[in-house]
Ligand binder design. Structure first.
Ligand SMILES: Nc1nc2c(ncn2[C@@H]2O[C@H](COP(=O)(O)OP(=O)(O)O)[C@@H](O)[C@H]2O)c(=O)[nH]1
Ligand SMILES: [Mg+2]
Ligand SMILES: [Zn+2]
Length: 292
């Protein structure tokens, strides 16, 4: 039986990519009753019917599943960030990275709009997030097409989800990567549809001609730390994880505790100050929510 990935859905119709072809499918049996059981990214078994339509017979087990945006089997999150237009918002970047870590998805940071800033600023960003924190970083310009050759191999054979502030160039990047998709609007706020409803339920995975599936994800705009305990937060900062074995206390929160390996690393310049500030900010946020 053919296998495919659900790339989008509308009402009760699911569009499944089977061997590079979009097949219109209706779920059968128990899947018809509960729409939420099938979502974009789901790997499904399809029965092809004589009329060219398909029926979803089975949803294969998910490797992981994002709730906002609702996408299953996500291989990586392309976290798009800019240093200008809009100006750098480090707490927001760190917030997105925490959510990506929590979902068990690999992040790839795309520093976009490098045509607008000095090379030194790009280098400083790469030093912080790649060398000190440890995430892969690719400097690109979606508008000028810079860095896209280096990005393509990261997308082949994977389901990637775009995240990042409005205006950082996510739609522009889709257009740059997939010239057939000039219908994707650039310069538009996509958090709400024309009817005023959130469009986060209508995720679309775009098949790239060079390989891979890519989704824009407006759902990443509203992020709260709902399921993170204060003693788990530190584990979502890779550079903190690397240094906290040196703390005197195993439950050290790296604030005022004596002999803290994390603060020692901060003082030695091995942990970026802005990351430590984000950590303290998120910790305070989690604590203030838990009070009641
Ligand atoms: N200078 C420059 N502008 C860009 C680049 N990428 C996107 N833009 C512009 O930034 C604005 C917002 O882009 P858009 O793709 O709609 O952002 P989105 O909200 O993240 O989808 C548009 O005016 C784009 O033309 C880039 O690499 N360089
Ligand atoms: Mg957009
Ligand atoms: Zn510590």
């Amino acid at each position: 039986m053919p296998l495919g990935y659900v790339i989008r859905s509308h009402s009760n119709i699911y569009y499944v990519l089977v061997d590079g072809q979009e097949v219109e499918c209706r779920p059968r049996g128990k899947f018809r009753l509960d729409q939420t059981q099938v979502r974009a990214g789901d790997h499904v078994e399809v029965r092809l019917e004589a009329d060219g339509e398909g029926r979803i017979d089975k949803v294969l087990p998910r490797r992981n599943c994002l709730e906002r945006p609702p996408v299953a089997n996500v291989d990586q999150c392309l976290v798009v960030f800019t240093l200008a237009e809009p100006e750098a918002d480090y707490p927001f970047l760190d917030r997105v990275l925490i959510h990506v870590e929590q979902a068990g998805v690999a992040p790839l940071i795309l520093l976009n709009k490098i045509d607008l800033v000095e090379q030194e600023a790009v280098d400083a960003f790469v030093r912080t997030y790649r060398d000190q924190v440890g995430y892969p970083v690719l400097p690109i310009s979606a508008r000028e097409g810079w860095g896209l050759d280096a990005l393509l191999p990261h997308l082949v054979g994977k389901i990637s989800v775009l995240a990042g502030h409005s205006g950082v160039g996510k739609s522009q990047l889709i257009r740059a990567l997939e010239p057939r998709r000039q219908d994707v609007r650039v310069g538009e706020v996509s958090a709400k549809s024309r009817k005023g409803r959130h469009t986060t339920r209508h995720v679309e995975l775009i098949p790239l001609s060079s390989g891979g599936l890519l989704a824009d994800a407006p759902g990443f705009t509203y992020l709260e730390f709902q399921d993170i305990e204060k003693w788990n937060l530190r584990d979502y900062f890779p550079e903190i994880v690397r240094h906290q074995a040196a703390c005197r206390y195993s439950d050290c929160l790296h604030r005022a505790e004596p002999d803290c390996g994390v603060r020692a690393a901060l003082q030695a310049g091995e942990i970026p100050e802005s990351r430590y500030e984000s950590y303290l900010l998120f910790l305070a946020e989690i604590e203030s929510k838990k009070r009641w």
